[in-house]
Ligand binder design. Sequence first.
Ligand code: TTP
Ligand code: MN
Ligand code: MN
Ligand code: MN
Length: 402
Amino acid sequence: KPTEPKVFDNWWARYSCQRASPLVCPNQNLAEELHILCRSRELEGLGINALAYERAISIIKSYPELITKETFSRDVMELPGIGEKIQSKIHEFLKNGFIEESRVIRQSERYQAITLFASIYGIGPANARKLYDIGLRTFEDLERYYDIRVGGDLKAIEPNMVTPNGKKIPPSTKIPEITVKVGIALRNELDAPIPREEVEAIYCEVMAQLNILEPGCEATIVGGYRRGKPRSNDVDIVITHPTKAKGLCKRFAQHLYQAGLVTHILHLSGFHAHDALRTEHWDSLEKALTVFILPEGTKFKRTHRRLDLIFAMPEAYWTAVIGWSGSKMFERDLRLYAKEEKYVDSAYRIESLSKSHLRRGLKFDSSGLTRRRDSLLYVPRSEEEVFQILGLDWIDPTMRNA
Ligand code: TTP
Ligand code: MN
Ligand code: MN
Ligand code: MN
């Protein structure tokens, strides 16, 4: 059993996977104010800019005490990742208790509408902007646009191709229509956060069904639940089986669908399906992104919930568990950290440097940990072992909220 890390150990380290990041930090208000700036950049398609804010926020989330003018210029300002632009925003917050630009953004019609559209499952920032640019503003606009009523036959309805201001939808706007329609139709249910107790009830039901189809599976609830969030937006479960893991994803998704527990399969991918589309958040694991509803007779109100099932071969189980526990920033830095061959930065403290720089040249993703120079595949037998191979101190899942 790994030793509990000191909560705020290593707060100055470069990568968020080297730092403890609690769910709620001493500088939560500042983090949330900066998050508006981050989110607005993300929604506007300014990825690099958004990432700079996200990094700064993750550094602030690891800082052990309330940031004041003194601690700011003593500690925080010096850290890699807090550039001049962000420094001035933090100064503004320390002076006034808020950031003017965040206020303006929060109140802007564009930010509100695009946030609303992007909150629908299946609509990303780029499509949210397109919908705004063709004149949509409210949820009703969106509903009308997709010509859908709650409870309507989702598959029978063709999308309405004419926008409120009479323009035709541009042919380049390739929204996966059915998915968006499911997202719109079930919006109120899918929007409602899932308490931990219900996450556990869903897990139990899933495991009972899995045990009918293929006894002997091992599984972990991952995602925000594992990081200690009191309420989650969906349920994420990583599953493996000693011999029958391959192909199990599709079989199990169909099993749950036939049992009436999965009402929609939004995405189903096999081991090779996403090779061409691999971005930093896509791995080569089998996964089913679904909509789930608990059977009758539980203590919970029957509500459609997003359920992600991820299947890993036994040798990839622990990297899958880590890769799907998040946060997204933690995952991103794990990849970067694993890759870095050596590290040179004057702001970086020597004790962390000497510990980690020898071990790198690795490639981490949810589907495995390999050595880059000869593609040697590690087969870690526990989550702790993954950290050991990477040369990282253990960070508890509840401290991975970077
Ligand atoms: P999410 O379920 O999107 O987010 P979350 O569980 O951290 O928070 P919540 O659901 O409450 O909003 O993603 C869970 C983890 O899975 C996240 O750490 C990143 C990883 N992930 C992938 O690796 N690939 C993917 O395609 C997605 C969507 C997530
Ligand atoms: Mn989740
Ligand atoms: Mn989410
Ligand atoms: Mn998920």
